[in-house]
Design a protein around this ligand. Structure first.
Ligand code: PEP
Ligand code: MN
Length: 338
């Protein structure tokens, strides 16, 4: 249960409620949520306890959620969240486009993509500086040098930057250069990393793990929210199934399911979901039609020679073409692309 406390209470008053819960052997913690203080309990207190809590005079309202992921639930917050990243608003009526290469390879590469992406209507620049590669022999990313390039090119082109952080110990470093932290599929249930990005208070793009169910994904998001960081956007990027025709299986129904279950915005990454360039545009169009709040599209000036994910990155012309196609689809579902 979530206890939304009255505004401007002293810590002493909050502590009274916490001791009451602790005497009843109920685990609880306080969470600073925007400008409110919440007390979140692990289990629902009995009616006797809630009425005792009410008597303390600290309760604004109680929220009992049917989902374990309480802070992310629609019961707690009925209206959709808008996650602000620089000038971009993920979850507002304009669909947010994140474009950029799989890996940051050079300043020139990044600048070329970013300039075209910006002109075509993208708001965020992506690019991995720390890459989670399946093989230790593959390109691992440029590290801090790559982060510096991202932040400089972002500044130069007026795009905000999102990039992956793989370790709790690197959150501070990545946060120095990025406007949004990405948790990759392979770290979707790295709980110490989730807590660390929660503490950073920077907006977080939480990708779906390739083997996480929607409920597990929402609980992963809950780890971040519980640190008092409400700025979480989810990104569907395909799951592992028996199907081999695509790199992963894009679960577009997740967009509609999440819309019912959570107030958090939902993006779709058709690049990692399909793994092939010619499937990215049709799935991007479908994602917009399905109600996604944004798209992440891997884009590279010269995909054939990319140091990672060469098969799935769009070239600049293909990206521009896709952006033009998305306009009318967005409009048909009451949204805009630019
Ligand atoms: C990425 O977006 O750079 C990435 C590695 O994707 P995922 O974590 O979804 O595989
Ligand atoms: Mn990639």
């Amino acid at each position: 249960m979530i206890i939304v406390t009255r505004r401007n209470l002293s810590q002493g008053r909050i502590n009274e409620a916490l001791s009451l819960l602790s005497r009843e052997k109920l685990e609880a913690r306080t969470v600073s949520w925007n400008d409110e203080t919440l007390i979140v309990t692990h289990e629902s207190p009995s009616p006797r306890i809630t009425s005792n809590l009410e008597e303390t005079g600290i309760v604004e309202r109680f929220v009992v959620s049917s989902h374990k992921a309480q802070l992310g639930s629609r019961e707690f917050q009925a209206e959709p969240s808008v996650v602000k990243v620089g000038k971009a608003e993920i979850g507002a009526s304009r669909i947010v486009i994140i474009a950029g290469p799989c890996s940051v390879e050079s300043r020139d590469q990044l600048l070329e993509v970013a300039s075209v992406a910006k002109r075509a209507g993208a708001s965020l620049l992506r690019g991995g500086a720390f890459k989670p590669r399946t093989s230790p022999y593959d390109f691992q990313g440029l590290g801090e040098t790559g982060l510096r390039m991202l932040s400089e090119v972002g500044e130069e082109t007026g795009l905000s930057v999102v990039t992956e952080v793989m370790e709790p110990g690197r959150v501070e470093l990545v946060a120095k250069y990025a406007d949004m932290l990405q948790i990759g599929a392979r770290n979707a249930q790295n709980f110490s990393l989730l807590k660390a990005v929660g503490k950073s208070k920077l907006p977080v793009l939480l990708k779906r793990g390739m083997m996480t169910t929607i409920d597990e994904w929402l609980l992963a998001a809950e780890y971040i929210l519980l640190e008092g960081n409400p700025n979480v956007a989810l990104c569907e990027r395909g799951i592992r199934t028996f199907e081999k025709a695509t790199r992963n299986t894009l679960d577009l129904s997740a967009v509609a399911v999440l819309r019912k279950k959570t107030h958090l915005p939902v993006l779709v990454d058709p690049s990692h979901a399909t793994g092939s360039r010619d499937l990215v545009a049709p799935m991007a169009r479908a994602a917009v039609a399905a109600g996604a709040d944004g798209l992440m599209i891997e884009t590279h000036p010269n995909p054939e020679n990319a140091l990672s994910d060469a098969n799935q990155q769009l070239n600049l012309e293909e990206f521009e073409g896709l952006m033009t196609e998305l306009g009318p689809i967005a409009e048909a579902v009451g949204r805009t692309i630019r």
